[in-house]
Design a protein around this ligand. Structure first.
Ligand SMILES: Cc1cc2nc3c(=O)[nH]c(=O)nc-3n(C[C@H](O)[C@H](O)[C@H](O)COP(=O)(O)O)c2cc1C
Length: 392
């Protein structure tokens, strides 16, 4: 059975030093670039944060806009401008100098957006014109101040625009490769654009990306995967899925299991390195308040998915100790365990888990604060480990 601290070869090409993953987490510590040309920019502080966490087997850097129309939350980065690429280069250099491996999560928010942070105050775009009622994004209010604002009514993308968006993802992947990322993760979870297309209730389109058939509603993801794999090579592309997710006002999916198994098979055929499974039912609310509860993994369903997907499975959600993580690996159904919130306050999480050192807990009010290093890069490593670590 795999041990949490054992190496793993991801996608045949990417060696990982352990099976501990830092999953993508938006932290809103970017710098403001020229709007709308540059978008928000990764910076030295962001590089320090990821560099501190380089002892994870795999870091998946936070959700990153593939273009300006995909920008749903103020102070979240993109990878579509030169200035952003330079910012990300600081990050990949720092992580690699510390011996880490880092992928970038590619993101388009679709309808989870607000005109106040979109170019020319344009409306968000979506799979249909259906608004994410009851869900909010981080944008400017009528008084110009940043805060949680209701997601606005989207304009449905035309068929040609969806096809063009595939190229946008490919360009973003090419940019990620140029600035040194080891791979990319396609964000197809949590009610964002790709997930919006895959949902059989929300997707009422009638074109070739329409919800009437499995093939059509998963077509956008599959085309994105093909295009991104062509840029990066098959072993360096992962996909994040939340098959049972209701986050961001996603309607419950009556065909969740069927869709998940179809995706596993077809992503497997395309040489996808891993499926990053956010298995729990994510509650409504934002990440600061959401309660993520440990959830029993449906062994029967996962065993079926494993039989048709040759890559790795990452399981994320509610892990905060070594024992439960190892027990999940011991099922033989998953290969890597992601620890989200524990990574916020424990830059040396891998060592703390290995040596049984206690975990620090972050103050939730600093998850998305604009107060720079506070609650971001100011968590110390555990004292006993300090001597054994290379200087940052
Ligand atoms: C502050 C914060 C930001 C997050 N940002 C993202 C993100 O950018 N992309 C994503 O796919 N998930 C995001 N998530 C979800 C996490 O990746 C993870 O799935 C979730 O926190 C549950 O795992 P945990 O119980 O280990 O924290 C975020 C979660 C938190 C707490």
């Amino acid at each position: 059975m795999a041990n949490l601290f054992e190496t793993q070869l991801l996608g045949v090409t990417v060696p990982l030093k352990n099976r501990i993953v830092m999953p993508p987490m938006t932290r809103t510590r970017t710098s403001e670039g020229d709007f709308p040309t540059d978008g928000d920019l990764p910076n030295e502080l962001v590089a320090t944060y990821y560099g501190q966490r380089a002892s994870a087997g795999l870091i998946i850097a936070e959700a990153t806009d593939v273009d300006q129309s995909g920008h749903g939350y103020a102070r979240t980065p993109g990878i579509h401008s030169e200035a952003q690429m330079q910012g990300w280069r600081l990050v990949t250099d720092k992580v690699h100098r510390q011996g880490g491996t880092i992928f970038l999560q590619l993101w388009h928010v679709g309808r989870m957006a607000h005109s106040s942070i979109l170019p020319n105050r344009q409306a968000p775009v979506g799979v249909t014109g259906q608004r994410a009622e009851g869900s909010s994004v981080f944008a400017h209010g009528p008084d110009g101040r940043l805060g949680y604002m209701p997601a606005e009514t989207p304009r449905p993308l035309s068929t040609d625009e969806v096809s063009a968006m595939v190229g946008t993802f490919a360009k973003a992947a090419a940019n990620a490769r140029k600035v040194g990322f080891d791979g990319v993760e396609i964000h197809a979870a949590n009610g964002y654009l790709i997930d919006q297309f895959m949902n059989s209730v929300l997707n009422t389109r009638t074109d070739r990306y329409g919800g009437g058939s499995m093939e059509n509603r998963t077509r956008f993801l599959m085309e994105v995967v093909d295009a991104v794999v062509a840029e990066f090579g098959p072993g360096r592309v992962g996909v994040r899925l939340s098959p049972f997710g209701k986050y961001n006002s996603m309607p419950p999916e009556p065909l969740a299991e069927e869709t998940f198994l179809y995706l596993a098979e077809h992503l497997g055929r395309r040489g996808v390195a891993y499926i990053h499974l956010l298995y729990e039912l994510m509650p409504e609310g934002n990440m600061e308040t959401a309660e993520f509860k440990p959830r029993h993994l449906d062994h029967v369903l996962l065993a079926k998915a494993r039989a048709v997907f040759p890559g790795a499975f990452i399981w994320c959600g509610g892990f905060n100790d070594r024992k439960r993580a190892q027990a999940s690996l011991d099922t033989g159904l998953v290969d890597l365990i992601a620890f989200g919130r524990p990574y916020i306050a424990n830059p040396d999480l891998a060592d703390r888990l290995k040596y049984g050192w206690p975990l620090a807990v972050a103050d939730r009010s600093t998850y998305y604060t604009r107060r720079g290093e506070l609650g971001y890069t100011d968590f110390p490593i555990y004292p006993i480990g300090r001597a054994a670590r290379p200087a940052a």
